[in-house]
Design a protein around this ligand. Sequence first.
Ligand SMILES: [Zn+2]
Length: 149
Amino acid sequence: MKLLHSEKSRLRAALRKEGSRITKQRELIFGILMTDRNHPTAEEVYHRAKKELSGISLATVYNGLEILVACGLIKQVHFERASTRYCPNLKEHAHFQCEQTGEVFDVPLGRDAFQYLQEILPEGFSANSISLSYIGKSKAESKGLQQNS
Ligand SMILES: [Zn+2]
């Protein structure tokens, strides 16, 4: 879960801007998000972090994730009736959640799509951020269905 040199610099600079400092725990949490990129929940980050830092607490993980969100290094992802997930992809994108496996995938949102979503807002409305989520079947699942038929 080693951070690349550039990622570590980005982490340090972002934390400093927020008046926070880099810690072993924050570095590990950011490293987990940058490495796996499968939108883990705080509990999942905690379980992975414990393998490397056995003394880390769930509270420290929650706190670290909160700080990384405040720094703009990661984003929260919400699905109905589900725990918050975390995503390090800062480009405009939508999320697709597979209802069978619960896995979450990034769907790149082209500039045109993003512009369209802004344009359809009523006059006088402006969005600072847009979150778009799909829920359905992922490729792995539909492949399985084909094999059964
Ligand atoms: Zn994402």
